[in-house]
Design a protein around this ligand. Sequence first.
Ligand code: HPA
Length: 273
Amino acid sequence: MNTVYQKVVECYDSIKEQIPFTPKVALVLGSGLGNYADTMDVRAEISYSDIKNFPVSTVPGHEGKFIFGYVKDVPVVCMKGRVHYYEGYPVTDVVLPTRLMKMMGAEILFLTNASGGINPSLGAGSFMLITDHISCFAPNPLIGANIDELGCRFPDMSKIYDENLQEVIKAAAVENQIPLQEGIYVQLTGPSFESPAEIKMLRTLGADAVGMSTVVEAIAANHMGMKICGISCVANLAAGMTDQPLTHDEVQAAANQAAPLFRKLITEAIGRF
Ligand code: HPA
């Protein structure tokens, strides 16, 4: 068996007895959303550190566990904490949790993150529905022998973010009077923030927001045929757009401030899935 796939299967086998239900939605919680599970009807939790060979995040604010529970009536597996490529894991480990959640039965992947706003209309605290992404600055997680059990060698990426889910999320935002913009997310590897020249380049390329996650997970999920949606919480204006230097603490603080409204948007959207 493909060694990358074998690792996912081993993770699954080691926890399958503890999984309380078949989740419909796999929800990845970005910065600021760590406490989302407080709003869920929680049925079980599995710490990443209790899963054999599972990549455990080293970033402060990214505590790691799967939380299983209901959002309204929808069974959800939620990732509290994700691993990032900049932590030094191979990209196949970065997408291992995504593959594992598909193996648990999740059909929908709901990605969230905090980002830097490149499009000047995206101020700190705005929410951006991800309509497409730019992946070419991050390593492709499908490089290596194809995992035929999961998907094909050359998967189509022309509609990564599901259009129906986008409509549902937009309707949830309108009905709850939560401002929601739309745009293209670009993932860079980090961990350094971008330079002003890089931000100008990314703007020229058509990116609206920049971050250090999400795209590789979306590619792996699309390979497996999952339905994908994503919302980015813009935590700061990208480098060079203000005089302020960027710090992780400020990004975290801005994400925390936007979190109550972000939580509501996610809950209202999932309730309509
Ligand atoms: N750049 C990259 N990642 C980020 C940023 C940023 O400005 N803000 C939050 N995550």
